[in-house]
Design a protein around this ligand. Sequence first.
Ligand code: ZN
Length: 145
Amino acid sequence: MKLEDLYREVIMEHYKNPLNKGLTDDTRYSKVNLLNPSCGDDVTIQVLVEENTIKDVRHDGHGCSICCSSASVMSNALINKSVKDAEDIIKEYLVMLTGQPYNEEILTGEPIAYIGVSRFPARIRCASIAWKAMEEAIQEAINER
Ligand code: ZN
């Protein structure tokens, strides 16, 4: 199997069977909604930060397969990480999407499946929107203390 096929499979699997999907009424979560008008993507991310750790991530919304699947991949990659590690992983993921060399020790596993998106500038926002919403939600969670 070619690497690109494997990546496509990761993306389709998370699109069909998203993890951590559905929002919670729990007011301890910080919530951020972002839109991508050029594609119609609409993503809401909720994060629960306790003891400097990402205890839980929820997501909901609608959009293209890249956008919806990346929210699932992001949630799975960042739950139980420290705030610092999560911020580093987000940063490296966004670097990867620009096509620049990223830190392969920090960014590992399923998020790498989106590396090919860097060749399609119109789709970069699709792959980054959930991660950027997460970045903002973490900031909100920290600032609320
Ligand atoms: Zn999209």
